[in-house]
Write a protein that binds this ligand. Structure first.
Ligand code: FAD
Ligand code: NAP
Length: 600
């Protein structure tokens, strides 16, 4: 039955409905009392999607609208839902469209006119990779990067943590320490030089920061060449699809985009004890310290703590590490303890099972003098110690609590401030994605952030379906004796497959370059964990020795290809190298046989 009224009235209703469909991304023809309509409106509210509801029962000519909808859509009942001009249908069809992902896809096809196709918040490893890739794919892209200075006032340029206060300065300072060892070794190889060899912090710091400066500049040039609009401002959401950008002079600008990628990374956590922010530093300050830190206390026992303690000791400083519980939580504990023991044997002191409670300044200076009070985690013991520098390395907090996520409804894990995403790095708000260190339950590593960022841009703008694979990610801890691994720790492998189903092949080894100087015999160690239920497939790879990153990278590729013990045995080694040990491992841990090496 056609809608009642004159043909001009009908035409007017039709055109009003068409206007509503045209101007509303999500449109629900509804009746205020209808439980199905309430359910559908609730779904959009949960998805944090703005919708426009036309309550037919509250309109004078609602019945005529309903008749016209029947003519236009073949559906008289409510709710009658349109998304991006596409007719979805009633309650069941809308819920089904949500379940099979069609609703999300339609919601993403934004027909509004935005300033940008993509705005990326954070110009670090992930953000730069994603923004450059999106721009290469022809999209209009903006990336915002802003460094909030540390409590000590340290700040740096474009590129994020890795380049400025992470991987790059860390690895270069580690290299400075390795050179010290090489210098000592060199005498055994015939090098003769005057007795006194000293290390100059200022020269090292200036050389490294100058190199970082060239990287910062390189990133700017790349962004310009790829037509990415880089803005050095702090970004926060103010409403759906809209951010405010505040530059260092406090000038505010506003920008909109169809899609957003969050890549804001993390910053070091403080202890929350008296004196920590006033007198202590974090890794964000260490690499830019204008003076040699002197006698240093490092608090924490994970990656950052052990790596920094390692290179500081390596350049000749008096270093103590205060460990709350274990070394390298989450890593294979046998390997972690071997890496820690090596540090202890090479001059790093450890205060185990203690946490600091207070840091007090005894004397100002560069460096000054601090007194640290600490308490035992097991007894009532309290200790005190004096240091020139206290480096806090007790973890990092995701930069997610001051970027207006609550204004756009992005869900954050309240326990750790991290952002949960699906396997396409999409948050609960369909047009907002997240990558890198801020992701909940994912790796905090530069190559992971870069890889995820690139693939995300390709999925968003090139129709690719390739997702980031977070399994079997190889990594290396650059402690004085480096530790590389890929796959499961022994603890995790046993937990997953059962002790009886895991065969561990292991070996100590003596790198050839250490033989002539006569150091570190039987300190280096390697092991692989093989799943007996799956043709002895390698599920865990662990290497403690020189050049661990270089060694582990290739085995990471092999594990991606599903390498088994048999295939490793069939691989011919490269002699004389450390990595060749993995082609000749015969002794199982279970056998209890001697694994010490007598020669190369
Ligand atoms: P980041 O690189 O941290 O970039 C985020 C950027 O966003 C920063 O520049 C930040 O200032 C900016 N930002 C934050 N909020 C806003 C905002 N609201 N508006 C604008 N800009 C904002 N990984 C490795 O793979 N190998 C290593 O050897 C290694 N060593 C490390 C050593 C140390 C000491 C540390 C701390 C980390 C190390 N990492 C290492 C980890 C690596 O640095 C990170 O995983 C990587 O940088 C994460 O990249 P991201 O893009 O998630 O964030
Ligand atoms: P982390 O892995 O979160 O470790 C934090 C450490 O601090 C732990 O040892 C923890 O001890 C200790 N700690 C926490 N709170 C403490 C407190 N109140 N008092 C004393 N100790 C406390 O953090 P991170 O070392 O900063 O590393 C962050 C991430 O950066 C890592 O996950 C890693 O992915 C990345 N990273 C990578 C590399 C690399 O690739 N080589 C290098 C550096 C960093 P408990 O064990 O007792 O909790």
């Amino acid at each position: 039955m056609p809608p009642t009224g004159s043909s001009s009235e009908r035409d007017e209703i039709k055109s009003r409905i068409e206007d509503l469909i045209e101007s509303n991304q999500v449109l629900v023809f509804s009746k205020s009392y209808c439980p199905y309509c309430i359910q559908v409106k609730g779904l959009f509210t949960d998805l944090n999607v703005n919708f426009h509801a036309v309550e037919l029962d509250l309109m004078d000519n609602g019945a005529n609208f309903q008749e016209m909808l029947l003519e236009m859509t073949g559906q008289k009942t409510v709710p009658n839902v349109f998304v991006n001009k596409t007719h979805i249908g009633g309650c069941d069809k809308t819920i089904q469209a949500h379940k099979d992902g069609m609703l999300q896809k339609l919601l993403e096809e934004v027909n509004e006119v935005y300033d940008y196709d993509l705005i990326v918040i954070g110009g670090g490893s992930g953000g730069l990779a994603c923004s450059k890739e999106a721009s290469v794919l022809g999209k209009k892209v903006m990336v915002l990067d802003y460094v909030v200075p540390t409590p000590k006032g340290t700040t740096w340029g474009l590129g994020g943590t890795c380049v400025n206060v992470g991987c790059i300065p860390k690895k270069l300072m580690h290299q400075a320490a390795l050179l010290g060892t090489a210098l000592k070794d060199s005498r055994s190889f015939g090098w003769e030089y005057e007795e006194k060899v000293t290390h100059n912090w200022d020269t090292m710091k200036k050389a490294i920061t100058s190199y970082i400066g060239s990287l910062n500049w390189g990133y700017r040039v790349q962004l310009r060449d790829k037509n990415v609009n880089y803005v050095n401002s702090y970004a926060e959401f103010v409403e759906s699809h809209r951010i405010k950008a505040t530059n260092k002079r406090g000038k505010e600008t506003f920008h909109t985009a169809a899609k957003f990628v969050l890549a804001t990374g993390e910053r070091p956590r403080y202890l929350g004890i008296p004196g920590d922010k006033e007198y202590c530093i974090t890794s964000d300050d260490l690499f830019y310290l204008p003076y040699c830190p002197g006698k240093t206390l490092v608090v924490g026992a994970s990656y950052v703590a052990l790596e920094c303690a390692g290179f500081l000791a390596g350049i000749g400083l008096d270093v103590t590490v205060m460990v709350r519980s274990i070394f390298l939580r989450g890593f294979d504990q046998e390997m972690a303890n071997r890496a820690g023991d090596y540090m202890e044997e090479h001059g790093v002191k450890f205060i185990k099972k203690f946490v600091p409670t207070k840091a007090k300044e005894l004397e100002k200076g560069t460096p000054g003098r601090l007194k640290v009070t600490a308490k035992s985690t097991e007894t009532d013991d309290v200790i005190e110690g004096e240091y020139n520098t206290v480096l806090i390395a007790v973890g990092r907090d995701a930069c997610t609590n001051t970027i207006g996520l609550e204004k756009v409804g992005v869900k954050v894990n309240e326990k750790n401030g991290k952002i949960p995403v699906n396997d396409e790095e999409q948050t609960n708000v369909p047009y907002i994605y997240a990558i890198g260190d801020i992701l909940d339950g994912k790796w905090e590593l530069t190559p992971v952030a870069i890889h995820a960022g690139k693939l995300l841009a390709r999925r968003l703008f090139e129709g690719s379906s390739l997702k980031c694979d977070y399994v079997n990610v190889p990594t290396t801890v650059f402690t004085p004796l480096e530790y590389g691994c890929c796959g499961l720790s022994e603890e995790k492998a046993v937990e997953l497959y059962g002790e009886e189903n895991i065969e561990v092949y292991h070996s100590l080894f003596w790198p050839l370059e250490c033989t002539v100087p006569g150091r570190d015999n039987n300190k280096c160690y390697s092991k692989i964990l093989c799943n007996k239920l799956d043709n002895e497939r390698v599920v865990g790879f662990h290497y403690l020795g020189p050049n661990a990153g270089e060694v582990t990278q290739g085995f990471g590729a092999a594990m991606k290809c599903g390498i088994t013990k048999e295939l490793l045995d069939g691989t011919i080694g490269i002699h004389p190298t450390c990595a060749e040990i993995f082609t000749t491992m015969e002794i199982t841990k279970q056998s209890g046989a001697d694994i010490t090496q007598k020669g190369c």
